[in-house]
Ligand binder design. Structure first.
Ligand code: SF4
Length: 736
């Protein structure tokens, strides 16, 4: 890693700025002069550093972003932002941004191409693929669902059902369980809680800034926080108790907690009677899962399991098991059942729609453009990844799909054209060598702002999007992670003009559709879309632009949804379904039972570990690793090191700072080690961030290793997830 002095950083930034034809600063004195003499324009927008999408206010002078701060009223930030947000703002001036559309002309070789020529070539190629193989051979991979409505118009026109998010590598098991069992999703009401269980969840690592505020507020009022995690994570630092559970056994812990609640009559009978379907089957099937049964599996003392279950019931309904996110929910073969048990435990203590328990996100009824229907819409076939009731993976939600098997679909000849937008499967999905085979599709287009691994190794064309500080987007109802009674609306808007020859994705889709002969498929602008979205809300575009985030009167009230005197969740019975219909496979009842992890390290082999991973507070997976300022933090805090338990490391003669070789069935890599008491002995823990291998992303390239290097492509049959912690590695000191 290069040393980056303040002066060098300013010079590097100045060069880029000059190239972008905006005011240039060639040294500290000019920087200082401009800083003191120019007035500051403050433009509200929201951050793109992770899925919290915190509201921020950008300070702009001379068309240059000088700093960002937290938006004071935005639900997620409430005036505070994390280090990643500052790094993301600085990345605007990165030397590794793609400054205009590029076309591959050889291995690692690209040439600039005009937008019109790129649209013409991509449109003609896509048209010929659709004619030859049908629209079902076209796949769109994306980080989230923000651009889905745009993609849908093109995909409806060509007949492709294959819009796919990266959720199979993240939290599919959780969302699937919530969808099937409740038809909705709820968040912890942290600030009013008296007892919180965070299991495989880390608000201080995968940061939710205001969520941490809420938790500390609750703790100041006497709330207890229990953290169950094989690693002493960042949030464990403020916990009343840290339980270092054996990785992969959270399901057993949860089954045993339920057993205590039922066998000791601690569950909320009135709530269960009124709002739960399938309790008696669950009770019958849960009978054998006592804390004594769970103790040897989880490594957690039976009395401790009992104590936690009793406390959970005692503080309910102002108590909850945090619904979770990535941790636990794409990791194991039993992740879906673990998610189901989270819902069941919360329901058993009757905390649904209760203050201090689980509450819904406040929602907003937004408007939309009345667009002309698509004529002669071709019939869509089944998804090529098998997600959906008619597919191989019938329980996987088809609106999300299974992103990480894309190279297999390419090899099978099912995916001929692959669009990858704001997503980097070559680094963030299992087995990068396999992921590289995405390049064998007849057409690969990467829409991204820098030279990530997917663009560099797989893309035929790279189409650079405006950076998040340069673009306008459809307004976003703020939701998720933490509860909030008042709906909020946030706008992402340009804080400076685009620095380079970039576009927004809507204009890219327009260009490609036009080149295919589908004229006027997108007869609107984003401005018109915003106007239509806010029309029912009684606000103006100008008001929203000025405020960035607007709050509306409260819509959320405690109380289970009831219609005509009956429970009214969007499930078959209107109740919480302990036995989810879609999970009834192979004669099973769809009720969670114990499923052991797929693989186990051999306890007699001192070299074998289960490889687990997690976030660091200053990086969001691979997305932020090319940011120089954040990488300096990694360097300072041994951020790239793999954690090993002290007693296990001692046996292998390993000390902090030693380099070890880590091997799985598919990879062998070297990494430095941090030796610690704060990790379960069975686990080796890697930060989920590093291992960049794109030569053109110069800061991230060659730094550290990544857990995905070691995992083969696997699919959890229930959620479609990666099962990213079902891997055993051997660890040996260099030279051994
Ligand atoms: S948590 Fe940090 S990186 Fe994520 S959106 Fe908020 S400020 Fe940005």
């Amino acid at each position: 890693m290069t040393n980056l002095s303040r002066r060098t950083f300013l010079k590097a930034s100045a060069t880029v700025v000059a190239a972008g034809s905006v005011p240039a600063y060639f040294g500290f004195s000019e920087f200082k002069k401009a800083a003191t003499e120019e007035s500051v324009k403050k433009v509200p927008t929201f951050c793109h550093g992770c899925t919290s999408y915190c509201g921020i206010i950008a300070h702009v002078k001379n068309e240059r972003v000088w700093k960002v701060e937290g938006h004071p009223i935005h639900l997620k930030s409430s005036g505070r932002i994390c280090a990643r947000s500052h790094g993301m703002a600085a990345y605007l001036y990165s030397k590794d941004r793609v400054t205009g559309p590029m076309k591959r002309v050889g291995e690692g070789k690209f040439e600039p191409i005009s937008w019109n020529q790129a649209f013409k070539e991509i449109g003609e190629k896509l048209d010929s693929i659709v004619k030859q193989y049908t629209g079902n051979s076209v796949l769109w991979l994306e980080h989230g669902t923000h651009r889905k409505s745009y993609v849908d118009r093109l995909f409806d026109t060509i007949g492709s059902p294959n819009f796919t998010t990266q959720y199979s590598t993240c939290f599919n098991a959780k969302t699937n369980a919530w969808l099937q069992m409740t038809g909705t999703s709820l968040n912890g009401d942290h600030k009013n809680a008296k007892y919180m269980i965070f299991e495989g969840r880390n608000f201080a690592g995968g940061i939710i800034p205001n969520g941490m505020n809420h938790i500390t507020h609750a703790k100041e009022n006497g709330a207890k926080l229990i953290v169950i995690d094989p690693r002493f994570s960042e949030i464990a630092k403020i916990a009343d108790e840290w339980i270092p559970i054996k990785p992969g056994t959270d399901l057993a812990f949860r089954l045993a907690m339920a057993n205590v609640l039922i066998s000791e009559n601690l569950y909320n009978k009135t709530f269960v009677q009124q709002f739960v379907d399938g309790f008696s089957e669950f009770k019958r099937m849960n009978m054998g899962y006592s804390p004594e049964w769970a103790e040897p599996i989880t490594g957690v003392n039976a009395d401790k399991i009992r104590e936690i279950a009793r406390d959970f019931a005692k503080y309910a309904p102002q108590a909850f098991i945090e619904p979770g996110w990535h941790g636990l929910h794409s990791h194991y073969v039993n992740s879906t059942q673990t998610s189901q048990m989270g819902i069941i435990l919360n329901a058993l203590v009757g905390n649904f729609y209760e203050k201090g328990g689980l509450m819904p996100s406040a929602s907003l009824q937004m408007g939309h453009l009345d667009l002309p229907a698509i004529e002669n819409m071709p019939e869509k076939g089944a998804r090529i990844d098998g997600a959906g009731v008619t597919g191989k993976y019938r329980t996987v939600e088809p609106s999300r799909g299974i992103a990480h098997i894309t190279p297999l679909l390419v090899q099978q000849g099912l995916a001929k054209a692959v669009f990858i937008c704001n997503y980097n499967p070559l680094r963030t999905a299992p087995d990068p060598e396999e992921q590289k085979k995405i390049k064998d599709a007849e057409l690969v287009v990467s829409i991204n702002i820098d030279w990530n691994e997917t663009s560099y190794y797989a893309a035929d064309y790279i189409l650079p999007e405006h950076y998040y500080l340069e673009r306008l987007e459809h307004p976003q109802a703020v939701s998720g992670h933490i509860s909030h009674d008042n709906p909020q609306l946030a706008l992402r808007q340009p804080v400076i003009k685009p620095m380079y020859d970039t576009k927004n994705t809507l204009d890219m889709l327009k260009g490609i559709a036009d080149a295919m002969g589908h004229k006027d498929l997108y007869p609107f602008t984003i401005e018109q879309e915003v106007e239509a979205a806010i029309a029912p809300l009684g606000i103006t575009f100008e008001q929203l632009k000025k405020a960035g985030t607007l709050e509306f009167p409260a819509t959320v009230k405690p109380g289970f949804p009831i219609k005509k005197g009956k429970p009214a969740l969007p499930t078959l019975t209107g109740k919480i379904q302990f036995s989810a219909d879609l999970f009834k496979i192979d004669g099973k009842l769809g009720i969670p039972v114990w499923v052991p992890p797929l693989v186990e390290p051999d306890p007699k082999n001192d070299h074998e570990f289960r490889l687990i991973h997690g976030k660091q507070p200053w990086h969001s997976h691979a997305m932020t690793t090319n940011i120089e300022q954040l990488m300096k933090l990694s360097e300072k805090y041994q951020g790239t090191f793999m954690w090993l338990n002290a007693s296990r490391a001692r046996k292998l003669g390993i000390k902090t700072g030693d380099t070890v070789t880590v091997r799985s069935n598919i990879a062998k890599k070297k990494v430095q080690v941090k030796v610690t008491e704060l990790l379960h002995p069975e686990a080796a823990w890697l930060p989920s961030t590093y291992g960049g291998f794109s030569p053109k992303n110069r800061t991230a390239n060659g730094i550290g290793v990544n857990f995905n290097d070691f995992i083969p492509i696997m699919v959890d049959p229930l959620s479609g997830s990666t099962m990213a912690q079902e891997v055993v590695v051997t660890v040996a000191k260099e030279g051994n």
